[in-house]
Write a protein that binds this ligand. Structure first.
Ligand SMILES: C[S@@+](CC[C@H](N)C(=O)[O-])C[C@H]1O[C@@H](n2cnc3c(N)ncnc32)[C@H](O)[C@@H]1O
Length: 195
């Protein structure tokens, strides 16, 4: 299980707190790519452990808990985690919430059967994600690409936007079970080798 890195009150965490105070940022429904990954999810044992990176208001973490998985949701925004706890209560599920700066150089992710990341990008984390998967474990990841710059709104900083095919490269060393790119996002389901 994960050992959290010391939560840090950075300026960016405070900005995200303010955003979550103003709105939920996303609705309560899980991302459609996650829901469509049922075939891959069925490879996991019913009580598999799940880490949801940068969980936001908890839509994906809560859905995964509702599937029976043991979910830990992490984010550096205390407001996001408060919303995640509330959504979990509304759905009658329990999950663990941890405040954690995923960009901290000392981040320690622990070991998981499934790691999810949606609409968060910190490139140096990817080698750690591979290591944090149990053999046979899954990575389900989706975020914006630079094509997103053609539409208004959303992130504008290239630091937070994938280049074409970049998610495939970031997942190198994992077996790619599914990859989709288009309409301003890229998404992958990949598995760590071994059982
Ligand atoms: C666009 S939201 C996505 C939320 C969620 N994954 C979803 O798809 O609904 C980005 C999330 O990343 C979190 N975040 C950004 N930088 C972070 C960091 N360095 N460590 C942990 N969380 C971070 C924000 O607080 C926010 O909740």
């Amino acid at each position: 299980m994960a050992v959290p890195s010391a939560p840090k009150r950075t300026g960016r965490a405070a900005e995200w707190d303010a955003r979550f105070r103003a709105s939920d940022h996303s609705g309560p429904d899980p991302d459609p790519f996650l829901v469509s990954a049922q075939e891959a999810l069925s490879l996991l044992t019913p009580r598999a452990t799940v880490l949801d990176l940068a969980c936001g208001a908890g839509r994906n973490a809560v859905w995964l808990s509702r599937q029976g998985f043991r979910v830990t949701a992490v984010d550096f925004s205390a407001e996001a985690l408060a919303k995640t706890r509330l959504l979990a209560r509304e759905h009658g599920v329990t999950l663990e919430c941890r405040r954690m700066d995923l960009e901290s150089p000392s981040v320690d992710l622990g070991a998981w059967h499934l790691i999810c990341g949606f609409f968060f990008l910190h490139r140096p984390l990817f080698p750690l994600l591979r290591q944090a998967l149990h053999p046979g474990g899954l990575l389900i990841y989706k975020t914006y690409t630079i094509d997103r710059l053609r539409s208004p709104g959303g992130p504008r900083n290239p630091r937070h936007l994938l280049e074409p095919n970049e998610l495939l490269r970031l997942a190198e060393g994992l077996r790619v079970l599914r990859y989709e790119e288009g309409s301003g996002t890229a998404a992958i389901v990949a598995q760590r080798f071994g059982q």
